[in-house]
Design a protein around this ligand. Structure first.
Ligand code: PMP
Ligand code: GLU
Length: 395
């Protein structure tokens, strides 16, 4: 008999993306003039028709439990979307809707992993993947990538990471935090390796709409064999600026969807009924102007960063992040304070330059920092001016 937390939660650090955002918002509320480039959240609103559908759902009393994997209307709309936009033919019972793609991913790891299983995770990775894999008692097998391959996993790297314990490969294209997007040919080359083995692919495609001069390809669409072993993860947070509504989904083999549905039925039940109704409408309201806007901001940030000393930055092809390399800054000093890590650099930027961004450590990339450019043009310009001025003091 003893008080105390489980070993499971003892080791978990809070999500750095969410905690830096929360801390920044608190400082802004206290009156600090900080530009928040930390969290990955579109700066525009949820489409009006989706909001209206949510309001109508409340007014009609559509406020009760729904089917655990989501209402048929939404799952049907997702089936149509996957067919028309991704060339993927699923039946309705191969779709499960959850409380955000984060929840979908957690369901997937919990449904697939046994203790000792390995999940191949290319780094830089989104902060929550390794923690979720460990929560499912599996082991992340981290494969480091860097600028030399455009932050992409190559077939050779993949081959070397595969062991008899490999249960899944996590692919995230377009990538958070690097903005890397795999081309069809690159995915095909990975698929050739994958198809020689028996393991799943968890393909997080939540940034699929945010691509600049390159098409998004779902690895599941390459062949029937790839589709069978792939869990396609997607959601409404990024494309439809619906981060607070919490709607994400997975399309996968019905045996896996059935297991995730049982798991969800015992843990969270259905995602919010109101959010589901809004999501049905959102699917018809994608605004391509947002992509043009993001593209312009990406070009602007890149141009500014490339004009600054000590910073190197490859061009991201997707998502709404740039992931500059700050290795040349680490080891230098700012007004007498040693910058001994990306973490220290980010802390100094927050304290002395009023810029919030996420240091690379949490993404498995300690030489980089992540900048979200999903903020207004004015804020972006202000942040770049401040960063440039700060760097002039670094020696
Ligand atoms: N995957 C990636 C790569 C992300 O960046 C995020 C962050 N929003 C998610 C999944 C989860 O998104 P949500 O839970 O808001 O649907
Ligand atoms: N995914 C976004 C980010 O990386 C939102 C925060 C989170 O869920 O981690 O900033």
């Amino acid at each position: 008999m003893a008080f105390g937390l489980s070993n499971r939660v003892k080791g978990i650090a809070p999500s750095p993306t969410l905690s830096i955002d929360a801390k920044t918002k608190e400082l802004i509320a206290q009156g600090r003039d900080i530009v928040n480039l930390s969290v990955g959240e579109p700066d525009f609103g949820t489409p009006e028709p989706a909001c209206q559908a949510g309001i109508a759902a409340i007014q009609e009393g559509f406020t009760k439990y729904t089917a655990v994997p989501g209402i048929n209307e939404l799952r049907k709309a997702i089936v149509k979307k996957l067919l028309e936009e991704n060339g993927l033919a699923y039946e309705i019972d191969e779709i499960i809707v959850s409380n955000g793609a984060k929840h979908s991913l957690f369901n997937a790891f919990m449904a697939l992993c046994n203790p000792g299983d390995e999940v191949i995770l290319p780094a830089p990775y989104w902060v929550s993947y390794p923690e979720m894999i460990r929560l499912a008692d599996a082991e992340p097998v981290i494969v480091l990538t860097d600028e030399s391959t455009g932050f992409k996993l190559t077939p050779d790297m993949l081959q070397k990471a595969i062991t008899p314990r490999t249960k899944a490969l996590l692919l995230n294209s377009p990538s958070n935090p690097t903005g890397a997007v795999y081309s069809r040919e690159e995915l095909q080359a990975l698929a050739e390796v994958i198809e020689q083995h028996e393991f799943y692919v968890i393909s997080d495609e939540i940034y699929e709409k945010m691509v600049y001069g390159i098409e998004h390809v779902s690895i599941a669409s390459l062949s029937e064999a790839m589709k069978k072993r792939t869990l396609v993860v997607n959601g409404f947070s990024k494309a439809f600026a619906m981060t607070g509504w919490r709607v994400g989904y997975i399309a996968a083999d019905r045996m896996i969807v059935k297991a995730m549905t049982s798991f969800q039925s015992q843990t969270t039940s259905n995602p919010a009924s109101i959010s589901q109704r809004a999501a049905v409408k959102a699917l018809d309201c994608f605004d391509t102007r947002a992509i043009e806007l993001f593209n312009k901001r990406r070009d602007y940030v890149l141009k500014r960063l490339r004009g600054m000393p000590l910073i190197e930055c490859i061009e991201p092809q997707g998502a709404f992040y740039v992931f500059p390399n700050v290795a040349n800054i680490i080891g230098k000093s700012y007004n007498g304070t040693k910058i001994d890590s990306a973490n220290t650099f980010a802390t100094l930027l927050l304290e002395h330059a009023n810029i919030a961004l996420v240091p690379g450590e949490g993404f498995g990339a300690p030489n980089n920092i992540r900048i979200s450019y999903a903020v207004s043009d004015q804020d972006l310009q202000k942040a770049m001016d401040r960063l440039e001025a700060f760097l002039k003091e670094v020696e």
